[in-house]
Design a protein around this ligand. Sequence first.
Ligand SMILES: [Zn+2]
Length: 418
Amino acid sequence: MHFQLRFWPIYVLSTCCLALLISCKSAPPALVFPDPVDTSDKPIKLQTKKTYDIYGVHADNQFAGARLNDFTKINDTLYRASISPENYPINASAYYSFKIWSDTIRDIDLELFYTEHEHRYIPKLSYDGKLWVSMSDTDYDTLKAPNIATLKLQLSPDTLWVSGQEVVASPQIKEWVNARTMHPDVRYSQVGKSKMGRPMMHMDIYQASPEEKDAVVILARQHPPEVSGYFAMESFVEEMLADTELSRDFRRDFRVLVYPLLNPDGVDEGHWRHSTGGIDLNRDWSNYRQQEVRSVANHVIETVKRDKNKVLVGLDFHSTQKDLYYTLSENRKTSVDNFKDYWLEGIDNQYADYSPDDRPNDLNQPITKGWFYLQFGAEGITYEIGDETPRPFVRDKGRTAAREMMKLLILRRSGETE
Ligand SMILES: [Zn+2]
């Protein structure tokens, strides 16, 4: 006992140093992109979380993924939901999400009033936060002004969710991740925290040993409202975990590193685009100034170095106006040369009435597509889904895309060993 006590101060001191070292973990060496972006912190404004009560009509933003900056009554039947971004300038992704109900059944007109940019997302309604229905264009219009959408709603004591996209925030994503971790080939870990302290979730997928396997890296939700791209990612990963010969073979020979929620603060706070640092995370893959990017980049780099994995493909799931693939240009030869052409052709062959829209362009700003290429010599692809692409097709195509990728990578591997 006496012996241990004498050394106690040394123990405390060394533990503190270790803790300090871990918390101050430095960023990976910077990468040089042709078009640098300053990603130092900028201030953001958080919305006031509250329930608005106006003579028997109630609106609420107290849930993860909500965005409602003010709620007012204009006249007997007209109400206004004011919507603002977290900061400005910002991409034109005017996201909104709130709950609304009334003490008695009544018909109202509800204005979505955007203080910046214009109406973008078709309103989606739900009574349980799970089943969502898009409003028909006869039930809302933007005739008053491009930044005002007027919705015809019937309110009742049943809580109605009105949202630019389906609400898929930390709780829903954690639930999806938890369900996946029942699979014997999935291991869950937290690889850091967001600026507001939310977990950076990670799933590591492989059979038996991870060592010396070629790897695929999957990212999603750098941009909070890009839920349709997130759905594609879910289906893509689910297909890789399927109990089929193809997926089993793939898990035996390859490793998949999945980071399903890159911007947990932005998603849960209902941001249009940015992190708590006020920055577009998909411009920070050069200097890693935002801790969300830093923790994921560090984790990928250290993991594949430790286990001698070679990253072949990096997919980053997003949403935009329509389905497309941002790919590397011809002059960038990756370690799986021609992967993209064969992959998109494989997807093309599965659908009679759909052809993948390939948008090759050269390295420019520090985005993940370029990061995968510069950091690992890997094929980097931004997998974009349209805001309103029908969800069953998004999911089906996600599964198809996973199968086509697995086939190609297995084929390439057998070609190597023959
Ligand atoms: Zn995006």
